[in-house]
Write a new protein. Structure first.
Length: 303
């Protein structure tokens, strides 16, 4: 993950070196070589993903002659990030320095892992029903005891739910009985974007409040509000709330579409968000940037 880009661009390699030095561990080696089970641990994967995404951004900037791809693009420009990706979006928008973002996501991962060990939970993908129906059935399951909430509204027909085992079992049974095409438990032990993350949110708030966040150079569409975050106070509130709140990704992308955005560029090691965008608006132009070839292709199109 990120190895090819780091080898090709000194600016990208410098991002990995900066992460290694700041964290005091060989995060770059973990990204490049694994082992996978260690890399995907919540504590490691959060700084790893931020580092890879920022390295890709720096590679794009290098191709463009060190002018920012985010602020240099023509037309309507927003940035957004799905869950953890919101930190990358803030770095891209000039609102959060990379090193401070790295400290925050390392602490975020530690606190989420700790909260998951104290209050074990689970998550499940629900295919078929729309978000409103899923939310209603989760609310009914919660009223009967336990916790079940919508964690991610990813795209029409794909919703992720989160909560404790009692509430989730009731919600999953109800969704299956209501005709959901699939209800698939995810291989996680942390109930992200649910009330079980409240201890992590409260502890992380202090670090968020202390971080040197600046007003973004371009609007950042927030996960929990699906509206632009234009002030420092709004950003701090969002970063705290998103640990327990739902990622309203469908609504966020619909906001961008309504504002006139026609091209969606995904920066990261996979094309998950590009595939979601295809379900949200098939006619939108989509591009994933994950390696040297796609970095060069994007830079060429922005020149």
């Amino acid at each position: 993950m990120g190895k090819e880009v780091a080898a090709a661009y000194p600016a990208a390699r410098a991002v990995f070196e900066e992460a290694d030095d700041l964290l005091g561990v060989a995060l770059s080696r973990l990204c490049f070589e694994g082992p996978e089970d260690e890399l995907t641990d919540t504590f490691n994967v959060q700084p790893a993903l931020l580092t890879v995404c920022v390295a890709l951004l720096r590679a794009i900037d290098a191709e463009l002659g060190n002018s920012s791809a985010t602020t240099g693009a023509e037309g309507t420009v927003y940035v957004a990030g799905h869950s953890l990706g919101e930190y990358t979006a803030l770095v891209a928008a000039g609102s959060l320095p990379f090193t401070d973002g790295l400290r925050l996501v390392r602490e975020r991962g530690r606190l989420m892992k700790e909260a998951g060990a104290t209050n074990p939970g689970m998550m499940a993908a629900v295919l078929g029903p729309e978000e409103a129906e899923v939310a209603a059935l989760c609310a009914q399951a919660t009223q009967r005891g336990g916790i079940a909430v919508v964690a991610n509204d990813n795209c029409p027909g794909q919703v992720v739910i989160s909560g404790d085992k009692v509430g989730m079992a009731a919600a999953m049974d109800a969704l299956t009985a209501a005709g959901a095409r699939k209800v698939v438990p995810l291989a996680v032990s942390v109930a992200s974007h649910s009330p079980l993350m409240q201890p992590a949110a409260e502890a992380l708030r202090q670090a968020i409040d202390a971080a040197p966040i600046a007003p973004p150079q371009v609007p950042v569409i927030g996960n929990t509000t699906a509206q632009p975050l234009t002030t420092v106070d709004a950003i701090r509130k969002e970063l705290t709330n998103q640990l327990t709140g739902s990622v309203r990704w469908t609504t966020s992308m619909q906001y961008a579409l309504a504002a006139g955005v026609t091209r969606f560029i995904e920066i990261g090691p996979d094309d998950v968000l590009s595939k979601l965008m295809r379900r949200i608006e098939r006619s939108a132009e989509r591009q994933n940037v994950s390696d040297v070839a796609t970095v060069k292709s994007l830079a060429e199109s922005l020149r």
